[in-house]
Design a binder for this molecule. Structure first.
Ligand code: HEM
Length: 298
């Protein structure tokens, strides 16, 4: 009886097979993991996604698009070179694919299955699972790419405090706190993508190569998998919330921002309103006789 009780609570014995996990007959924490996944994770994850979409909708209705208030100058400045843009877009495509297929794994059964039926849902989810596994490698590679390309411009600086105190000028028209190449809001996005990205990558690799990453916390090998699965979903949902905000401000939220990641160029007046200290640096460089005018920032 006592032995049965021990088994029920995940006791690990020995086995002659090469797989040490086979030593656990009953793994009772699996139940806790499932209750967490189908309960708080799904519920609060759903609230967080609805909250960011709702917040941005209200923000857009109240504030509208943040315009270039001094109008177009007709003079373009290079902001991102080809390598930075390629890394960004490959990372964005991989992230969006991973986010959509990951959300389908969590919410698809409740939201999509009743609408599209079992045949289509199983086809979509099988394809999604394969894309999720392979897309992960593009995400790993391009997260490293983004880190190398942008890290030098993302360290906190004293100017960030002025930007924070005035909420980046986002709440009030006519307010443009000075910022260097990246402002504090962009630094938040960068470090979320890097630190959150690293968290998703490590926990994701632990799920992709089961029982191999032994440094993951947990007493038994199976606990490590449950830990990895739980944090993979939590960090993933958190990063999706941040990136929805980022996509908003990079597209409809701010006039003139998207050009920096499509053509690589921004209007001089956009730079002067949103990154005045960067523009000053560029002008100072251009004024030096050995550096050409309009020298790219990278
Ligand atoms: C449709 C999707 C996306 C759009 C339209 C978009 C747009 C942009 C734009 C316009 C910039 C340049 C901002 C500037 O000039 O200062 C930028 C920068 C950046 N993006 Fe994206 N982006 C998208 C997806 C993503 C994703 C999925 C990630 C990472 C997971 C990401 C990470 C970054 C980072 C780290 C930067 C540099 C720092 C920053 O501006 O925050 N982006 N993006």
């Amino acid at each position: 009886m006592a032995q049965a009780a021990l088994l029920r609570y995940g006791a690990q014995g020995t086995t002659s097979t090469p797989d040490p996990v086979a030593g656990v007959l009953v793994q009772s924490e699996g139940w806790d993991w499932m209750v967490f996944r189908n309960g708080p994770l799904k519920t609060y994850g759903g609230y967080a996604l609805a909250a960011i979409v709702g917040f941005l909708l209200i923000f857009f209705l109240l504030r509208g698009q943040i315009k270039v208030e001094s109008g177009s100058s007709g003079r373009k400045i290079m902001r991102f070179g080809g390598i930075a843009r390629l890394g960004h877009w490959l990372n964005a495509i991989a992230f969006i694919l991973l986010a959509l297929t990951g959300l389908n794994m969590l919410y698809g059964r409740s939201l999509l299955l009743p609408i599209i039926g079992p045949e289509w849902f199983s086809m979509l989810t099988s394809f999604g699972k394969i894309s999720h596994n392979w897309g992960a490698f593009v995400f790993i590679f391009t997260t490293l790419w983004i880190f190398i390309t942008f890290v030098s411009k993302n360290f906190l600086s004293r100017d960030d405090f002025g930007w924070i105190i005035r909420a980046g000028g986002m709440l009030t028209k006519g307010v443009h706190p000075p910022a260097r190449f990246f402002n504090f809001g962009e630094k938040i996005v960068f470090w979320s993508a890097i630190i959150g990205g690293a968290g998703i990558i490590i926990t994701g690799l632990a799920l992709l190569f089961p029982y191999q990453l032994t440094f993951i916390p947990g007493e038994l090998a199976i606990h490590k998998m449950q830990f990895a699965s739980m944090w993979h979903s939590i960090i993933g949902l958190g990063l999706i919330v941040v990136i929805i905000g980022h996509i908003y401000i990079g597209t409809i939220g701010m006039e003139g921002a998207l050009g920096s990641m499509t053509s690589g160029y921004v209007d001089r007046n956009w730079a002067s309103e949103h990154h005045s200290l960067w523009l000053e640096e560029l002008d100072a460089k251009a004024a030096k006789p050995d550096v050409g005018a309009g020298e790219p920032a990278e």
